[in-house]
Every structure is written in C-alpha cells, then in structure tokens.
Design a protein. Structure first.
Ligand SMILES: CC(C)(COP(=O)(O)OP(=O)(O)OC[C@H]1O[C@@H](n2cnc3c(N)ncnc32)[C@H](O)[C@@H]1OP(=O)(O)O)[C@@H](O)C(=O)NCCC(=O)NCCS
Length: 187
C-alpha cells in the first residue's frame, strides 16, 4: 500500500491531547500547500517549495499535519521504500516548540513505518541542529554517517553544512506478522 494511502486511512482519527494541546491529525492536502509552504519558508533556511510538496504527494509519500483550533502547528513527510522509510520533513511552528509536538509526529512516523513493514527508519539533519538531534537520539536514532557540505549555508557566504544521517531500527509490528501469515497460509 503506498504510504500516502495508508496516511489517508489512518489519519481519520479524532483529536488527541499532546501535553494539554488538543491536536487533530490529518493528511496534508493540495489545499494546504500554500499555507504550509509559507510556514516552511519561516522555519527552514532551505525550505521546501509548493512544488516540492506537490511532487512529494504525487510520489505517494505520507504527508500529515497536526492542527489545533484550526491552526497548523506541526507537519511532516515520510517516504517509504522497500524495507525502509525516511523522514523527509519534520517541522513545528516556532511558538509551539518544546511542547511535545515534534516528538508526537516523530512517533507517528515510527509507528507508520513499522506498520508498513519497514525495518529501519532514516533521516538527515544539519550537524548544527542540536535540538533536533537531541530529539532523534532520545527517540532511539543513532548517528550512522555524515554527508559533507550537504546543506546550503544558513547565512549567505557561510560554508555549506554537513548532514548527519541517523537511523533507527524498527521492531516488527506483530499485527502485520499475523496479516502476512494469514496471506501466506501459515495461520
Ligand atoms: C526539531 C523540532 C521538530 C522539535 O520539535 P519540538 O516540538 O520543539 O520538540 P519536542 O517538544 O517534541 O521535544 C522533545 C524533546 O526533544 C529535545 N529537544 C527538542 N528541541 C530541543 C532544543 N531546541 N534543544 C534541546 N533539546 C531539544 C528535548 O529532549 C525535548 O524534550 P523536553 O522538551 O522534555 O526537554 C522543532 O524544533 C523544529 O521544527 N525545528 C525547525 C525545523 C527542524 O529543524 N526540523 C528538523 C529537521 S531534520
């Protein structure tokens, strides 16, 4: 099942509290792209454009957002490939940070990747992004590689920045095992 289809089904969930904030999770849709791309430009020094988001949706990536009282506070994109998944985007608006939203979406992506059969989950992060790295390490990601001069500089004239590649192994999802066993005639 493409990750995007999975997202569309799973995201039909009621709102959930994250540290007291009632968050409604749903798939990112075409109609969100202008607004989310504007947030993206505020959040990132090398932001995704509307076209990047559109291409990602067209490729079947799982893109979702969390909103509270109609305002988007957190969004992200997960790509699924055979046996593995990669978080392509994870963003929280500045005034909603350190309230557990980044962690909540990261855990949703871990859960989605497992359910979709991935055995490991990757991501890339700027070496200087110590806050994000702290979050990823706290959630079981380990540093596995470094890509030199991978990111454009944050400020004009500064050198390009290295990326850290991080990986988290995923435990098999027991409910998926049952489904596969039934499909294979083993149960
Ligand atoms: C990185 C980011 C997604 C974290 O989201 P968040 O909602 O602020 O993070 P959470 O509140 O879920 O943090 C969970 C834990 O991660 C760690 N953490 C998160 N941000 C941190 C920071 N700036 N400094 C140190 N630790 C941090 C802490 O351990 C934190 O737990 P605590 O608040 O109980 O101490 C958010 O800061 C962001 O969107 N940054 C800009 C975009 C970005 O860098 N995205 C990642 C690109 S790879």
């Amino acid at each position: 099942m493409p990750a995007g289809d999975f997202e569309a089904r799973r995201m039909a969930t009621p709102s959930q509290p994250v540290r007291g904030i009632e968050i409604e999770w749903r798939p990112l849709r075409e109609g969100d792209l202008g607004y989310v791309a504007a947030l993206e430009a505020e959040i990132h020094s090398a932001p995704w454009t509307i076209a990047n988001f559109r291409d990602s949706l067209a490729a079947g990536h799982s893109a979702c957002l969390g909103q509270s009282e109609g305002r988007v506070l957190v969004y992200g994109v997960l790509m699924l490939a055979p046996g593995e998944a990669e978080i392509l985007n994870l963003s929280v608006v500045p005034d909603a940070r350190r309230r557990g939203l980044g962690r909540a979406l990261l855990r949703r992506f871990v859960d989605d990747a497992r359910r979709l059969g991935a055995e490991q989950l990757f991501l890339e992060v700027r070496l200087s992004n110590t806050g994000a790295i702290a979050l990823y390490e706290a959630e079981g990601f380990a540093r596995v590689a470094r890509r030199e001069a991978y990111y454009p500089p944050r400020t004009p004239g500064a050198p390009r920045e290295d990326a850290l590649v991080m990986r988290r192994p995923l435990e098999p999802d027991p409910s998926r095992r049952v489904i596969l066993d039934v499909a294979d005639g083993r149960a």
